[in-house]
Design a protein around this ligand. Structure first.
Ligand code: SF4
Length: 381
């Protein structure tokens, strides 16, 4: 089940128009209206904050302002767990009324309870977090039984007429054969797959299981080989991004293509890397020294191959070289032969440690806005 033609046409027209205009433009607004989650996955770098920050929420008005400011044709809502946000049904509705494509990412633990707060629409998709088969997923989220809850939620959402996809993050140690079998199962269920290697978040509890670029490329070749170069499965990822994952494209990232708005503000420079926060999208675009970031430029970027950094590059490449894109889509991803040369890492600048200053700044803001919270915050430092 691909995207409806009307959505594709809308996004295609937007992308082409922006491309012709030149300059930097966003494809998808990444929205994290809260950091609080009902899971604590070891590979997650998003939830390691004091309670005062985990209790913050972006309001409905802030969420609408974010999409109006950046103008992206699609919004992906994550977190934290978005279904913990009381205003989430209104937020989704607000985006749909603005004719945006809405992807609501959830671990599905609350989906059964909340599903009737939402209406099926060709422009609304449930994106269920599922990092592989039962054992792979339950290990990744560190909670037994989560896979079964998610699969039950997929059946329920499909039975009620919703569009459903899974988002699958791959970590080091994953078995290509098992992941391919999992993809077969999703295909049989009629569910699309968004796949990405995990980004090595500096605050993630488990730092030992992120894939480096060499292992990522070989891993995806080993997976796609088992599924006709990936053609056996229906991905939401673009063919050229999949080709990049398999080591056939040398891409630099496009960090502004999926800008992130969180309770801290707009995150500099990208969805994955929190090096600073600003109050407006314009400040993000104009006030970020983009040349400071990317593979080969900055140590924290060295192993990044994630969809939020490189799908934008693949989209631009597809506009410039449509025949190349069509050829990969038709023949599948090449899984044998030489890989494209990778970017030299020898001159990247060293990582800067900025996490504590963001947390301190945010806590100070919370205390100033709500002095009663100061005691609670102080107690947790
Ligand atoms: S490589 Fe690009 S997308 Fe990845 S973390 Fe660095 S700036 Fe962000």
């Amino acid at each position: 089940m691909g995207l409806p033609l009307s959505s594709l046409a809308r996004i295609g027209a937007y992308t082409l128009k922006q491309h012709i205009r030149g300059g930097k433009y966003p494809l998808v607004l990444m929205l994290e209206p809260l950091f609080r989650c009902n899971l604590a996955c070891p590979g997650c770098g998003k939830i390691d904050y004091p309670d005062a920050i985990l209790n913050q929420r972006l309001s409905y008005d802030q969420c609408m302002a974010a999409i109006d400011e950046c103008g992206a044709p699609a919004v992906s809502i994550a977190g934290g767990e978005p279904l913990l946000h009381r205003e989430m049904p209104q937020i989704v509705q607000g985006f749909l009324e603005r004719k945006k494509l809405v992807i609501l990412c959830t671990n599905a633990l609350l989906l059964k309870k909340k599903i009737d707060d939402y209406q099926p629409s060709p422009f609304f998709t449930w994106s269920i977090h599922l990092d592989g088969d039962r054992q792979m997923h339950d290990e990744a989220v560190d909670l037994e039984g989560t896979y079964d809850v998610a699969v039950e939620a997929i059946h329920l959402a499909k039975a009620k007429g919703f569009r459903v996809q899974v988002n699958c993050t791959v970590f080091d140690g994953a078995d290509p054969a098992r992941l391919a079998t999992f993809f077969d199962k999703m295909e049989a269920l009629g569910v699309e797959i968004t796949v990405s290697p995990g980004y090595a978040y500096e605050r993630a509890a488990d730092q030992d299981h992120f894939l480096n670029r060499e292992r990522t490329k070989q891993f995806f070749r080993d997976v796609f080989r088992r599924g006709k170069g990936g053609k056996a499965w229906t991905f939401t990822n673009s063919p050229l991004f999949l080709d990049f994952l398999a080591g056939n494209q040398s891409y630099e990232c496009t960090p502004w293509s999926m800008p992130l708005r969180t309770v801290f503000g707009w995150q500099k420079p990208c969805y994955l890397l929190g090096e600073g926060y600003v109050d407006s999208f314009a400040e993000l675009m104009e006030g970020t020294d983009w040349e400071q970031y990317g593979v080969g430029k900055y140590e924290k970027c060295a192993n990044c191959m994630t969809h939020c950094g490189f799908e934008g590059t693949a989209a631009t490449d597809a506009i410039r070289h449509p025949l190349k894109m069509l050829s990969v889509a038709r023949k599948g991803v090449r899984t044998e032969g030489a890989m494209a040369p990778d970017i030299d890492l020898s001159r990247q600048r060293p990582a800067e440690q900025v996490y504590s200053s963001h947390v301190e700044r945010e806590l100070a803001k919370i205390e100033a806005a709500d002095p009663a919270a100061a005691k609670r915050v102080a107690g947790r430092r």
